[in-house]
Design a protein around this ligand. Structure first.
Ligand code: GLP
Length: 243
């Protein structure tokens, strides 16, 4: 793993925005895997403002988000679709059909998971997968467990993960869905390149386990040790417990 440390999360976001735009200019048909959550907010802010200021060609870019809450979709407060529209898609010239998320409102969730896997494969696979990490070491919504799912699947959310997401639901834990659709571990590991961003001390134990600990289903991000092109971008807080 290639570990990079930054003094401040803004410097991390600026660096990753620069690299993403460089990758876009080298390959206008780039396939990007995208995360939600607090961590990438600064990255999306940077991508928006640079796209508005200068020429960034989003017209052929395809994106696939990691996950979506079951029961939620476009127009729903708290949905990852609404988050992505507000943070990025509404502000750049991406083709709506090229900005993919799993559909949390699909009538047949198993069929929707299979469709999402096919869509990623049809796009030629993910070139760069950007990830955040949960304080418990989850990536996407692949939660610590005795076993992990390979492909896009219906995930049962753990209580602490729902609590961490309550901020997107007016602080009401009861409003946070109990299930989500999430890319699986093989979906994520299938990306040609992975960039994981982590900020804040509350992520430092998961980050240390991911980098220095054993590979275990109890810390799903630890499987990234097996990928040959992973960059981990950390602020001071997230790097605090590294050897
Ligand atoms: C969420 C998402 C993840 C995200 C993680 C960290 O529950 N499913 O994709 O990376 O938890 O979120 P945050 O950046 O808000 O700490």
């Amino acid at each position: 793993m290639n570990i990079e440390r930054f003094d401040h999360e803004d410097a991390l976001a600026t660096t990753l925005a620069t690299r993403t735009i460089e990758a876009l200019s080298l390959n206008p048909r780039l396939v990007l895997g995208l995360p939600t959550g607090r961590t990438p907010v600064a990255l999306y802010r940077e991508l928006r403002s640079r796209s508005q200021r200068g020429h960034v060609d989003w017209s052929q870019v395809r994106t696939f988000n990691l996950d979506e809450f079951v029961g939620l979709g476009a127009g729903d407060a708290g949905s990852y679709r609404s988050y992505m529209q507000a943070e990025l898609f509404d502000h750049v010239r991406i083709e709506p059909l090229n900005a993919g998320l799993p559909d949390g409102r699909a009538a047949n969730l198993a069929a929707e998971c299979a469709r999402y896997e096919r869509a990623i494969a049809l796009a030629g696979g993910i070139d760069i997968q950007i990830l955040g990490i949960g304080a418990n070491g989850h990536i996407g919504f692949n939660e610590p467990a005795d076993s992990l799912a390979a492909e896009t699947h219906v995930a049962v959310l753990q209580q602490d993960t729902r609590a961490a997401n309550a901020g997107w639901f007016g602080g009401h834990l009861s409003a946070v869905p109990t299930h989500a659709l999430s890319m699986g571990m093989a979906t994520i590991m299938g990306a040609r390149e992975i960039v994981l961003m982590a900020t804040g001390e509350e992520k430092s134990a998961a980050v240390a386990g991911m980098i220095d600990g054993p590979i275990t289903t109890r810390l799903p991000a630890s499987f990234l040790q097996l990928h040959s092109r992973v960059t981990v971008m950390l602020d001071r807080g997230a790097a605090l417990r590294l050897a």
